[in-house]
Design a protein around this ligand. Sequence first.
Ligand SMILES: Nc1ncnc2c1ncn2[C@@H]1O[C@H](COP(=O)(O)OP(=O)(O)OP(=O)(O)O)[C@@H](O)[C@H]1O
Ligand SMILES: [Mg+2]
Length: 379
Amino acid sequence: MLIASLECRGFRNLADARTGLAPGISVLHGPNGAGKTNLLEAIYFGLAGRSFKAGSDRDMIRYDEHSVRVELALDGAEGSLLLAALDRSGERRHRVDGRPLTGARGERPLVSVFHPDRLQLVKGPAAHRRAHLDRLVGALRPSRSDLRARFGRTLAQRNALVSRIRTGQASAASLATWDERLAAEAVPLIASRAEAVDGLAEPFTRLGGSLGLEAAELRYRPRAEPDREAIETELAARRERELGRAYTTYGPQLDEIEVRLGGRPLRRFASQGQQRVALLALLFAEREALLDARRPAPVMLLDDVMSELDPTRRRLLVEALAGAGQAVITATEREHVPAAPGLRPIAVRDGRTTALAAGDAAAREPGDEQRAAGERAAG
Ligand SMILES: Nc1ncnc2c1ncn2[C@@H]1O[C@H](COP(=O)(O)OP(=O)(O)OP(=O)(O)O)[C@@H](O)[C@H]1O
Ligand SMILES: [Mg+2]
């Protein structure tokens, strides 16, 4: 499933217009402040219904507008249309062909983003990595996509019970049943996380290495082993202490997925540049794992990845992307992205795009029209 084009309305500095995307690699190039990152964010908004930037989603609404909307025309079996919209009151819509999204398989392409705000994934708290890994688990095996939510619901119910016991509204005897349920939901989640990290570890080290990271490692550090009885026993042993705290101190809600460089935790010791490359290697490792599992490649949205890489590493990235799936890369200089078959440069300037045929700065590529702001009635 590919994104054939996106159409924005009221999105930051972007003109209200349609932009066609290449089925392979689109390169958005232009000066600082042109709107390149905004275009990536618009694509992400269309796919995910939110921004990938930290901060308020309402910031996507153009200064003088009340709402923002993005439509993505998908080029798949059915050729559907994804719509994401948000207004200043906070009301949101995210629909496919007019229906709310259900999360069903094949409804929309998977997406993977490289952006400075995403560095939290490698350097931030473990909760980010757990959530990210659980999404990958679901992408690798759709039948496992509800494991996280099921565990989360059971944990919340158990925590609520612990609070009621503390205030004398429930008896401690009822906790044993919830320990059993929690252990039953924890085991498949832990096992799936272990399997997913297992599949990522080798490509992460290899890709990290070819991008210049020495001894990059990804490790799953589960808080509990995937063993129902052992988890129940441990929860029972902690019961007294837990009742003093009102939360659950044992289980996969405390797992760590550790990124290490040269044997040390990346979060604590790695430089900014090393963190960036580690994030890039992680995203490419995930892409490889998905392709190995015969899942579709995610749409790769890569913001300004080329500027800090040498020519050999730039070529390596582009070659990796050229194999399968769709990618959109931003760069201030078009030359920063090495040529590849099917690569389409798109110039961005003052929020407007012009697709150029490769090698011909004057020619417009058919199918990429640019409509002036306000030409069509708002709607
Ligand atoms: N809500 C908004 N409404 C209107 N304009 C906005 C809004 N938010 C941001 N902008 C403007 O969008 C412009 C383009 O931002 P963007 O981050 O896309 O630039 P860029 O092409 O990625 O530049 P760089 O090469 O520096 O990364 C900025 O100059 C910013 O002022
Ligand atoms: Mg930018």
